[in-house]
Design a protein around this ligand. Structure first.
Ligand SMILES: Cc1cc2nc3c(=O)[nH]c(=O)nc-3n(C[C@H](O)[C@H](O)[C@H](O)COP(=O)(O)OP(=O)(O)OC[C@H]3O[C@@H](n4cnc5c(N)ncnc54)[C@H](O)[C@@H]3O)c2cc1C
Length: 385
């Protein structure tokens, strides 16, 4: 059986300096009215300019090579920035997917001309990316994707649709997988190719899918003879399955995987004040202890990535434990809020945030791979199936 290993890593001192800088920056942004940390709906109008200001600070593409506009800093430093942005409820949606996922894919698989053109613009906070994996009958089973890329002069014609595509309505680009050949008998994962798609291409229609929270976050994307040039093909033709699985540790273990409903915990702490009754203190203590343990595990994965390891199973465990925890959190806080004084100053904010978080919660164990599928990956990684 493969050993499970979480190296006991702590954030180095330079991370604490950086943390202070990020906090000061966010305090300025809040004071200037860019976003409201007590309003978890991160769709503030100013997010485009906010992204550029985050880019100007050097906090997008932090770990990427300088020749592509990156900053060659560590994964642990990036961790601190992500953590502070998330805790503050900052509007990161415009740049977060590009920073976490799309940029690293381009770095690895895009032709040089594309890297030179696009990566510096991501680092400057100018570009928003979407991920085009899921289709109406292909979610967990990614390799059942049917949307076709058919070879034509100088490129490919795309026909079919993607679904649940976060940010497609505001994205400049999508990184998508399309079917370029049928699967083979020996390998049912064969036949999909990854492409960079310019969302302004004629033949792409984005249809919004309304959410229970009132957010306008994800979409259906329909392709009708949409042309993608040859140099927008990423990596090997028919070999996307090798690429899609290698990025998982980056995608699954960050602080964004357990902090999505964190604001309800801070609101509860504010509401109970400095002299909580025993039940509230015990309940909050329990939640904070769990959070602390998860954070240690998540920092450990970031440190192992920094050391060049591939902690795929450990990262999947962090995502599994983290998303189940953040999904339960609003329900636990709702129970504990029953003991909050009627006249607690932030009672209204707490109620608003709880309502929002409870509506958000169901998605948390689905996005980025469902709990059941992750547990299958963990079991396989541990040699249990
Ligand atoms: C908020 C949100 C944002 C998203 N953003 C994007 C995005 O930007 N781009 C994108 O491409 N997709 C996105 N998705 C889609 C997401 O990746 C899929 O919803 C997810 O992979 C599950 O696929 P599905 O919905 O087709 O469910 P299914 O795969 O049909 O699963 C249904 C149920 O069956 C279970 N199941 C399926 N297979 C197995 C198995 N082998 N073993 C055990 N149980 C199994 C699942 O766990 C689940 O409970 C997003 C989803 C959400 C909720």
């Amino acid at each position: 059986m493969t050993a499970l290993r979480f190296d006991p890593i702590r954030l180095p001192p330079e991370c604490e300096e950086l943390r202070k800088e990020v906090r000061a920056f966010l305090a300025e942004e809040i004071a200037a009215g860019t976003f409201n940390p007590f309003k978890p709906l991160r769709e503030d109008a100013d997010a485009r300019e906010f992204s550029r200001r985050v880019g100007a600070r050097g906090w997008i593409g932090m770990t990427w090579p300088k020749r592509y506009g990156g900053h060659e800093r560590s994964f642990l430093e990036r961790y601190v920035v992500t953590e502070e942005m998330r805790v503050a409820n900052a509007p990161t949606r415009r740049f977060f997917v590009a920073d976490r996922q799309s940029g690293p894919i381009l770095l690895r698989y895009a032709p040089e001309r594309i890297k030179q053109d696009i990566l510096p613009r991501i680092c400057r906070g100018e570009l928003c990316f979407a991920i085009g994996m899921s289709e109406p009958n292909s979610g967990s089973d990614l390799f059942a994707a049917k949307t076709r890329a058919t070879k034509t002069d100088g490129g490919w014609l795309i026909n079919g649709s993607k679904i649940w595509t976060t940010s497609a309505h505001m994205a400049d680009y999508m990184i998508a997988i399309f079917r370029t050949s049928p699967p083979t008998k020996e390998n049912r994962r064969h036949g999909l190719t990854q492409f960079l798609v310019d969302m302004k291409t004629p033949g792409i229609k984005v249809n919004p899918i309304p959410q229970i929270t009132g957010q306008k976050e994800f979409n259906e994307v329909v392709f009708t003879d949409a042309f993608v040039p040859d140099d927008h093909q990423l990596g090997e033709i028919d070999g996307a399955w090798k690429q899609a699985t290698s990025e998982l540790a980056y995608e699954r273990s960050g602080p964004e995987r357990f902090l999505e409903t964190y604001y309800v915990l801070t609101e509860l702490v504010r509401a109970v004040g400095s002299n909580p009754d025993t039940r509230s203190a015990e309940g909050i203590g329990r939640l904070v202890a769990q959070l602390h343990t998860m954070r240690r595990m998540s920092v450990s994965v970031a440190g192992m990535l920094q050391a060049g390891k591939e902690p795929v199973v450990e990262a999947s465990i962090v995502k599994d434990i983290g998303t189940v925890w953040e999904q339960q959190l609003p329900h636990r806080v709702r129970e504990l809020a029953a003991f909050v004084d009627e006249d607690a100053g932030n009672r209204e904010t707490l109620e608003t945030q709880l309502t929002f978080a409870i509506r958000t919660a169901p998605k948390l164990t689905i996005q980025g791979g469902t709990t059941e599928v992750l547990r299958g990956i963990i079991a396989r990684g541990l040699g249990l199936r």
